[in-house]
Design a protein around this ligand. Sequence first.
Ligand SMILES: NC(=O)CC[C@H](N)C(=O)O
Length: 366
Amino acid sequence: MSKGYLILETGEQFEGDWIGAQQEISGEVVFNTSMTGYQEMMTDPSYAGQILTFCYPIIGSYGVNQEDDESHKLSVSAVIASDVCDEPSHYQSTSSFSEELKDANIPGLKNVDTRSLVAVIRKHKTVVGKIVSEKEKDKQQLSSDWGKIENMELVNRVSVKSPQTYGNGLYHVVLIDYGYKKSILQALLAQCKVTVVPYHTSLETIESMNPNGILLSNGPGDPMELKEYFPVIKALTENYPTLGICLGHQLIALAYGATTKKMPFGHRGANHPVKDLLTGKVRMTSQNHGYVVEENSIDSRYFQVLFRNVNDRSLEGMKHVSKPIQSVQFHPEAHPGPSDTEYIFNAFIQQVTIAAQEGAPAYVEA
Ligand SMILES: NC(=O)CC[C@H](N)C(=O)O
């Protein structure tokens, strides 16, 4: 088995064995602490452009199946794992973790000391790295353009190219696709017809589809890169019940003048405790984000903070004071991870139902 190396821009090097496609690649190196869900993570478009490190020490034990993909292809740039199991055991498994990487032409390294790697990422906070075949002779600083991929390119890469309609529910939701996860679509399909539209779709085109609600999806990269779309996003939220998830949440906040910042090393895992400030209850949530909305930048005339992270007190969700607009930083679609916050979808669908029954957007004057 041939050796490969993960070299960080900060100089550290990690040795491993190549899996998947043996091809050099660079990107931001991030880590996810979940014990399960590697298939959902690899196919979550929000990881586009990133090198994903799995903290759990053995990956692949239950294989890869035909059910759990979050999109039609692997989005992650590369993966880093400790032990990899190539003889999976699960009744639904149709291939192994390594076969899946190979088929998708995605590179990876296994047998890497991921505990040390995560400690290094936590120390440096944001780290760009590169997977290569040769060790670097000296620990020179790597050129600064490493891994610099424009977000627009990432969103453009993962968003649908033309509108696609699913289901035949009574109510119509337009899902604006910045890199949506299939579980979000599925959560809506039980009761709604859903039209997935490209991220750059105009206000007029969306209006002509007569939606009863708008969902702004998750997606990769820095939300500020999408600033040319903020006016359309704001206009949509003013006229239709809206739910924003992860990137979608950040975009709503930005459209109303708030600011976002990069977090030290993000939240990626399936056990992030979030407090519902209305009820005082703490819910377990699945998360995958590197940016966060700055709470003190939110205009309280428009938005009320609804959720806060218990570990670092960062903002996890908000609600408009008078219009049916809600947004969450975590993933209520719950795949992979806990289903504590599925009720967010029910609340949204309830607003969509009201809007549809009234024959007009559920619109409350401020
Ligand atoms: N899952 C997401 O939508 C991630 C949002 C954004 N790209 C971030 O990293 O913060």
